[in-house]
Every structure is written in structure tokens, then in C-alpha cells.
Write a protein that binds this ligand. Structure first.
Ligand code: SF4
Length: 282
């Protein structure tokens, strides 16, 4: 089969000219150095190198991220044309929803190394089912449509020690008890609340984590702690995971609910998302 690998200088040069033409650059560019090219021209050369061996499958990692908007559009148009002309499959990795919307047939939404949602472009963009996808799509303004922007708090977690359960749970605005909370996260939420909103407690509150699902809080009664949990769990969602509070040995023994890995659940034809809040459809 044709590999595109050339064996003589004249063949190689002829192939270079063909490739430059494919990416809409003049032949003279064969003699230029990278520093003599603009960002868009360098990207065209990178695309030419990518297709030099006539691949059937190309991986494009943020192909337009360093370019200004008008050049981005040209590069995407070029890629689309090449995809159709050579019937290539393309895997496009990007954070830019507009680029996804323009280029993709199918969308796979990843977060912290895990697949959160997948499906046909129209289904995922029009009816995102996973809270992370919903936040991503809400960040893109749409003409003539009033949208509620979902702003995620916190940072992307460490992949060395990723959150248990659903990896998105520390930032999920609708996380529930079983999403993967640990005793450390509950302790941190209680300390922050004491410092910010219950200052009268902050001096006497002491928290000891016994294991991943158990902690002991001293300096409060179980009824005081319960009213804090009831009042604050919609904003400090780690508190949703508290399953029981029991006074024991001079403190309050706090036990957390069991957690679950969210399975991929069917949303509609070919559209799946990994979230405990999705009712499975057959
Ligand atoms: S399982 Fe769903 S609700 Fe729970 S943290 Fe993950 S995305 Fe949020």
C-alpha cells in the first residue's frame, strides 16, 4: 500500500510540494525555517506532516489553541476538507466547545482521566446529561438564548491520588451522599464552616478522622452538629454524605454513607453518561 514515504530527493521534494498544496501553502515554504512562519502557517505545516503518510486515523491535540479566532476558523475548515477528501477518522482533543460543535460527529467528555459522557454531537450539546458537561456547555454564550452559567469551584484533582467514587464529586454542584466523599473531605468542610460561619464554635471544635468513612467531632453536641449539617449541606455538599451522628465517649461519632462508582447509564439512543443521578433507561 501507498505509505507516502519517499526514497529519492526528487520524490521527497515532489511529495513536499503536494503536501504544501494540500494545506494551501505556496511551494516556496519548503525552503523556510519555522521562525519565518506565522502561527497559522506553522499549524498548516504540522498538518502536512501529520498527513504525509496517508493515515486513516489522525489524533489532533488542541489544534487551534494557540491561534487567533480568524486563523482558527481557517485551520478547522482545512481539517474538515482533508477529512472528507481522504476519508480519515480524526480524534480531536480540545477544551473548546465551539470547536467540538463545529468539527465533531461524536463527543467523548473526559474529566480527570475518566469518561463522563459520550454520544452523538447533537444529543450531548443540546441535552448534556452529566453535570460536568452541563457546566462546560453553560460557559459558551448562545445568541438569543438566556442561559444559567454553571461556575465550577475548586481545581482539577491530582491524578496521582484521584478522588474516590465519582472523580468529579469534589466540584460537582449537585453531588449526593454516595458520590465518593471521604471523612477527610467532611472534616475539611466542617472546619471551613466553623471558621467562616460558626465562629463561636471554631475555638472549641476538634475533629479527628478515624478512617475513610468515620470521624469524631468534639466541642459540639450531636443536635448542634445536625442543625449545621441540615442548614449547610446544599452548599457544603460533603455534608450530604453523613449517614449517622451518635454521641459517644465525649464526642460525636460521624459515619458516612457507602459510596458507589457511577456506572455509565443510557440517556438516549447512543448517548450515555456516568452519573448516579441519571435514571437508567433501557
Ligand atoms: S455521580 Fe453525578 S452527582 Fe455524583 S458527583 Fe458525579 S456527577 Fe455529581
Amino acid at each position: 500500500p501507498e505509505t507516502g514515504v519517499c526514497v529519492t530527493r526528487s520524490k521527497a521534494l515532489s511529495r513536499v510540494y503536494d503536501l504544501l498544496e494540500e494545506v494551501q501553502l505556496p511551494r516556496e515554504f519548503a525552503e523556510r525555517y519555522p521562525h519565518e512562519l506565522s502561527g497559522g502557517q506553522r499549524q498548516r505545516v504540522a498538518i502536512a506532516r501529520g498527513i504525509a503518510t496517508n493515515p486513516r486515523f489522525v489524533v489532533l491535540d488542541e489544534p487551534t489553541s494557540a491561534l487567533d479566532v480568524s486563523v482558527q476558523a481557517e485551520i478547522l475548515e482545512l481539517l474538515k476538507g482533508l477529512r472528507e477528501k481522504y476519508n480519515m477518522a480524526m480524534l480531536l482533543i480540545t477544551h473548546n466547545i465551539s470547536v467540538v460543535s463545529y468539527m465533531a460527529d461524536r463527543i467523548y467528555v473526559m474529566y480527570a482521566g475518566k469518561l463522563m459522557e459520550r454520544g452523538p454531537k447533537a444529543a450531548v450539546i443540546r441535552s448534556p446529561a452529566h453535570p460536568y458537561t452541563q457546566a462546560l456547555i453553560s460557559s459558551v454564550p448562545q445568541v438569543g438564548k438566556l442561559m444559567r452559567r454553571v461556575v465550577l469551584k475548586g481545581d482539577v484533582p491530582s491524578l496521582v491520588n484521584p478522588p474516590r467514587g465519582c472523580r468529579f464529586h469534589p466540584r460537582c454542584p449537585v453531588a449526593v451522599a454516595q458520590c465518593g466523599w471521604t471523612a477527610d473531605e467532611v472534616a475539611e468542610a466542617l472546619r471551613r464552616l466553623a471558621e467562616a460561619r460558626y465562629v463561636e464554635l471554631s475555638d472549641r471544635l476538634s475533629i479527628k478522622v478515624l478512617d475513610e468513612a468515620t470521624l469524631v467531632v468534639t466541642g459540639v453536641t450531636s443536635s448542634e452538629l445536625k442543625s449545621i449539617v441540615d442548614a449547610e449541606s446544599d452548599t457544603a455538599r460533603a455534608l450530604k454524605s453523613i449517614d449517622s451522628l451518635k454521641e459517644e465517649g465525649g464526642g460525636v461519632l460521624v459515619k458516612l454513607a457507602n459510596y458507589m462508582e457511577p456506572p455509565m447509564r443510557r440517556v438516549s439512543e447512543g448517548h450515555y453518561a456516568s452519573c448516579l443521578l441519571i435514571n437508567p433507561k433501557t
